[in-house]
Ligand binder design. Structure first.
Ligand SMILES: Nc1ncnc2c1ncn2[C@@H]1O[C@H](COP(=O)(O)OP(=O)(O)OP(=O)(O)O)[C@@H](O)[C@H]1O
Length: 306
């Protein structure tokens, strides 16, 4: 049974088509990153999963339960960190957690939860005085209440400094090791790259790619960037490299020392071999995979590089 099964989900807000026949699965036990630019439909999708928003068309199941008719069962088994959190100024962290326990009908230990998110010092402090990062940590602790089967985190690193973001990633890993499925939306490539088994990229309400980070990287045309430092580059050499079958682009990056930057689809040895055949001495070379940022840009900008 998939943890999340979305089939033909469409959502219109009046004239605005927020989700357009969206289908995807999140398998049990995986960490799934849900990426997309502003307005792509990430929050709308999450709101449908939790039955805060009703679909115009389509089927949605979460943990095997229909999202519309069995939302109570879903919510009691799911930990949610919503976008645009709101803490209650007059309640302490402990009271927030007690409230979360009560509404889910589960028992948990507020102190242990706050230790996990590094907020135990604020146990009995009112949330009115919290920084943004503290409030976000508290919301995360609330999502963790009762060891949920599924965690849905909407932009979880909002308001967190780099340390907080790292700790958040660590918590995602721990929760996943304990057996939870994690579904989180983000604009932040690093977050997704570091913890996700698979990534789905949403654009204008449609899923334009779903794959592992590695698979997505391989799918964009600039698969690997090869940077070669040589003793000389002339036009003839450059043209010869450009006309190799696996090369999509080649350019002179630097004159001193002469450096070629080559986008290769397949093996880099053909490039190095061609240079050698032409009597060009290779001093040094390095390869870099397309970053997830490149992948994201290639799938979500108007003129797709594919
Ligand atoms: N309640 C609403 N009423 C009208 N239009 C809405 C409503 N909620 C969302 N939309 C529209 O639906 C589209 C998708 O919005 P959504 O908030 O789901 O995107 P998102 O990917 O979560 O964006 P962001 O990254 O900015 O949070 C947008 O065009 C948005 O303007």
């Amino acid at each position: 049974m998939p943890a999340i099964a979305v089939d033909g989900l469409t959502k219109s807000y009046g004239q605005t088509l927020a989700l357009d026949d969206l289908s995807f699965r999140v398998e049990e036990g995986e960490v799934f990153g849900f990426l997309g630019p502003n307005g792509a439909g990430k929050s709308t999708t999450i709101n449908v999963l939790l039955d805060f928003v009703r679909p115009t068309a389509g089927q949605v199941e979460v943990l095997g339960f229909d999202a519309q008719t069995r939302s109570r069962e879903i919510r009691s088994r799911t930990g949610v960190l919503p976008e645009g959190y709101q803490t209650y100024e007059r309640l302490t962290a402990r009271q927030h957690l007690e409230f979360a326990m009560e509404s889910k009908g589960v028992e948990d230990d507020p102190e242990r939860l706050l230790e996990r998110v590094d907020l135990v010092d604020a146990l009995d402090k009112k949330a009115g005085g919290y920084s943004k990062g503290m409030a976000q940590r508290l919301m995360l602790a609330m999502a963790l209440v009762g060891e949920p089967e599924l965690l849905i985190l909407d932009e979880p690193s909002t308001g967190l400094d780099p340390n907080g973001a790292r700790e958040m990633r660590e918590i995602v890993r721990q929760e996943n090791e304990r057996g939870a499925t994690v579904f989180f939306s983000s604009h932040i490539m690093e977050q997704v790259e570091a913890v996700c088994d698979r990534v789905g990229i949403l654009r204008d309400g449609e899923m334009v790619a779903v794959d592992s980070v590695e698979g997505l990287r391989d799918s964009v045309s600039e698969g690997t960037t090869l940077r070669v430092t040589v003793d000389r580059i002339d036009d003839e050499v450059l043209q010869a490299v450009r006309s190799l079958p696996d090369v999509s682009n080649a350019a002179v990056e630097d004159e001193q020392p002469p450096t070629l930057v080559v986008q290769v689809e397949g093996s880099k040895t053909a490039v190095l071999g061609e240079l050698e055949n032409r009597g060009v001495e290779v001093h040094d070379f390095s390869t870099a995979k397309a970053s997830l940022d490149d992948v994201f840009r290639s799938y979500t900008t108007e003129v797709q590089a594919r």
